[in-house]
Design a protein around this ligand. Sequence first.
Ligand code: DAK
Length: 259
Amino acid sequence: MMNYENILTEINEGIGTITINRPKQLNALNKRTIEELHDAFEQFDKADKVRVIIVTGSGEKAFVAGADIKEFMNFDEQQGRDLAREGQALLFDFVQNLNTPVIAAINGFALGGGLELALASHIRIASENAKMGLPEVSLGVIPGYGGTQRLAQMIGKGRAMEMVLTADMKDAATALDYGLVTEVVPLDKLMETADNKAKKLMRNSPMAQSLAIKSINAGYYQEGFKAEINLFGQAFTTEDFKEGTQAFVERRKPQFTGK
Ligand code: DAK
């Protein structure tokens, strides 16, 4: 088993909990964290004693504030495209297609890659302070981990367009109204609620649940996922991408030129 630096794992009464643990960076997903998450999801999926997986973020502020901007800001087109494909295979598609049901317990900001991880999970529960969005276009990129596809599938094309093009965050009440999450609870009740949901899932047939996950997913595979990877790579060639990510680290507003 891999030695984890950026995540915590725990197994308790059939529930495998994975906590993304980089609170100072608001649990942003760097390459290492994605690899650790892949390993943990794989181990839990194989373990007979794990019947349901819960994924959450550490601290009271963020589930995951996105991919690690400081890490990807220097990537070129090829790296962007390769990493999008690799990330999808290791984490986002991987989670979506697990045999074991995954509950995302969204305890704060779920932005960019963070919301995409929640979207790939099978069930989403949020705390009242949660804020969700795909802010990629404010950085000069597009959602590259399935967000353009899964968000539209989940809340409809119109709302997804509005969220992606404005880069706005939605609060928990709006997310509930959109069907982006199925439940909203106070932050101090979040893990208890997720545990109770997990226990409820455990009463049903694991075999049938895994078949149901595959069957529901089968209706949603489209060319769009491939298009997203290519268009994501294209974004990495633009001046807007350099400006957007540079502005984020310099804590200023970007001046986009459309080039
Ligand atoms: N990456 C790296 N560091 C981050 C981060 C992120 N996504 N989000 C926050 N941090 C860091 C901040 O830089 C800050 O670090 P220090 O300055 O203290 O060292 C620390 O976390 C605390 O953040 P703030 O000081 O900004 O906290 P505030 O409460 O003021 O604001 C916030 C909270 C969530 C509104 C703000 O942090 C924020 O806007 N964060 C960025 C949100 C965002 O744009 N996320 C990225 C979305 S794009 C890829 C595939 C996919 C993607 C990229 C590449 N490849 C295949 C290559 C997807 C991209 C995205 O996810």
